[in-house]
Write a protein that binds this ligand. Structure first.
Ligand code: HEC
Ligand code: HEC
Length: 482
């Protein structure tokens, strides 16, 4: 069986595939949690969710949810890991001897210290030497971040941009069905990489491969997570907090002392390139289209990065896309503030420090010093940080509204609880993100607290009203899409 033609179309233009689904869904349609049966595709997505969190594929006991937990934005950070019990399957490499996964499967010090996971991105040929240590991406808004550039010099397949370097999914054109490096194929790669009983990784003995139905369901579930469309056109919105509003303009390039604006690589705070931006020669091969492009900010070469500090200078070099390209694909920005640490090896903890990475000279491990990528001064760093926090809290509120709306359509208390707990987690994230820079203390923060209390008391209509106000007091949009 080959990958159905319709899926190839989805790969080429994910927005096309979204249309039938979006037309039928209510306006703010997030889909993590449990979907009521009235949602088109609900049965497949809910089945995908079940597989994602329960199916071990007869492997070492891990599920996809072991590293992508839904109450933590489908990602891991050191605090979340510290709260897990010692027998959690995340820690399979730490099980008592005889343990076939004790060596060359994970690096426990780096997992616990910096939430890093071992990946053999160049294949399983030399386990002791050929590996990288990467952070867990959040899986949110995947529908907006997969489209591969046609002409930036990176080969196709991979047909879709998954993983930090955009080549994470296995590519095997001789396999039946052929693996073309799509989101769907990524599931196969994740099982072989993370779920085996032994490092021999023999299918049928160390794990079982997924069925086509399971792949369909997992793909539908992952595509349903988070935003289903691009964030607003940043030139048409206004943030009511003056510092965050200045940050929006700094993000777009106003007041920059040289360099490339954030918006060039993360257009409208997403993962795709600004189609109108003229990249200076040498930044990356030119490709004037809004796709998920790859760049070489060279984060992996920074001197004093946490992985190196924890591993005594021994963090292996991560060579990015393919072999030795140093290219990494741009992740979304809207989802950043509540999903730190940042970058492919969790190099940076807070959004302000992330912006400071871009605006300071890059002192590399080899002694070289490269100029800043984005010419922001210290004040502007804080402004852009405030901007990232507000748009993230807005997305939290949007997502929470959708989850509460879903809960209202469910009858079984246990299922309602799932959606309401996730809505509360979203509200908690918004509070944390805003309070982290003393933003909206007098309006959005108290409204978020009210919304959380309303959910606890079962007053779901009131919760939705508070959350809609949270969005309106922070961002003025030309047409309120609520
Ligand atoms: C042991 C932890 C772990 C487990 C278990 C795990 N993942 Fe991941 N996942 C990661 C890491 C680390 C990355 C980043 C990989 C890279 O960049 O090469 C990732 C990346 C991804 C991505 C790419 C996201 C993006 O933004 O491009 C997808 C999709 C994904 N995982 C799906 C799955 C699925 C499906 C399963 C279950 C079959 C799974 N993962 C199990 C750690 C894990
Ligand atoms: C030249 C293109 C380019 C520019 C300009 C740029 N970025 Fe990035 N950004 C990237 C790439 C590539 C990555 C992934 C790097 C990695 O992990 O090695 C990234 C990663 C990120 C992440 C990490 C997300 C995560 O989930 O860990 C955030 C947030 C981010 N950028 C925000 C910004 C902001 C804010 C600016 C402006 C100050 C900016 N970027 C400027 C290309 C760019």
């Amino acid at each position: 069986m080959s990958i159905p033609r319709s899926r190839r179309l989805c790969g080429a233009a994910p927005s096309l595939c979204a249309i039938p689904l979006l037309l039928l869904l209510p306006a703010a349609a997030p889909a993590n949690g449990i979907l009521p049966p009235s949602y088109p595709g609900a049965a497949l997505i809910n089945e995908g969710r079940r597989i994602f969190f329960e199916e071990t594929f007869e492997g070492n006991g891990r599920t996809c949810g072991t590293c992508h937990p839904e109450d933590n934005n489908h990602t891991l950070d050191p605090a979340y890991i510290a709260a897990l019990p010692a027998d959690d399957p995340l820690f399979v490499a730490e099980r008592p001897a005889p343990n076939p996964l004790a060596e060359n499967f994970e690096k426990p010090v780096l997992m616990r210290g910096a939430a890093l996971i071992l990946e053999n991105t160049n294949g399983f040929g030399d386990l002791a030497h050929d590996y990288t240590l990467r952070s867990v991406p959040h899986l949110l808004a995947l529908r907006t971040s997969l489209s591969a550039p046609a002409s930036d010099g990176t080969s196709q397949p991979p047909d879709q941009r998954t993983g930090w370097s955009g080549d994470g999914a296995p590519v095997d054109l001789d396999a039946a069905p052929p693996l073309r490096g799509t989101l769907r194929d990524f599931t196969v790669g994740a099982i072989v990489q993370h779920l085996p009983k032994t490092l021999a990784r023999v299918p049928g003995r160390d794990f079982r491969l997924p069925t086509q139905n399971e792949l369909d369901a997992l793909e539908a579930y992952m595509l349903s997570l988070g935003r289903q469309q691009e964030f607003d056109d940043l030139t048409t919105i206004r943030l009511t907090d003056a510092r965050a509003e200045r940050g929006r303009r700094n993000y777009l390039g106003e007041g920059l002392a040289g360099g490339v604006p954030c918006n060039a690589c993360h257009f409208n705070a997403g993962a795709n390139t600004d189609p109108a931006f003229d990249f200076p020669a040498g930044v990356t091969p030119p490709a004037f289209e809004s796709t998920n492009r790859s760049f070489a900010p060279r984060v992996e070469e920074l001197l004093d990065q946490p992985g190196d500090v924890l591993a005594g200078g021994q963090l292996p070099f991560d060579d990015g896309f393919g072999h030795g390209s140093n290219l990494f694909n741009a992740p979304t920005v809207v989802e950043a503030a509540d999903t730190g640490p940042y970058f492919h090896s969790n190099q940076i903890d807070t959004v302000e420090a992330l912006v400071a990475f871009y605006s300071s000279p890059r002192h590399l491990r080899n002694g070289e010093v490269l100029p800043p990528i984005v010419g922001l001064n210290g004040a502007q760093v804080a402004n852009v940080g405030a901007f990232l926090r507000v748009i993230n809290a807005d997305e939290n509120a949007r997502s929470a509204i959708g989850l509460v709306e879903q809960a209202r359509l469910l009858y079984r208390p246990r299922e309602r609880r799932v959606d309401l707990d996730l809505a509360r987690a979203e509200i908690g994230d918004a509070l944390e993100v805003l309070r982290g820079a003393h933003l909206h203390s007098g309006d959005a923060v108290p409204l978020l607290r009210k919304a959380r209390r309303a959910i606890a008391r079962g007053r779901l209509g009131a919760a939705i009203r508070h959350l809609r106000r949270v969005r309106r007091v922070m961002i003025v949009r030309p047409a309120d899409d609520d």
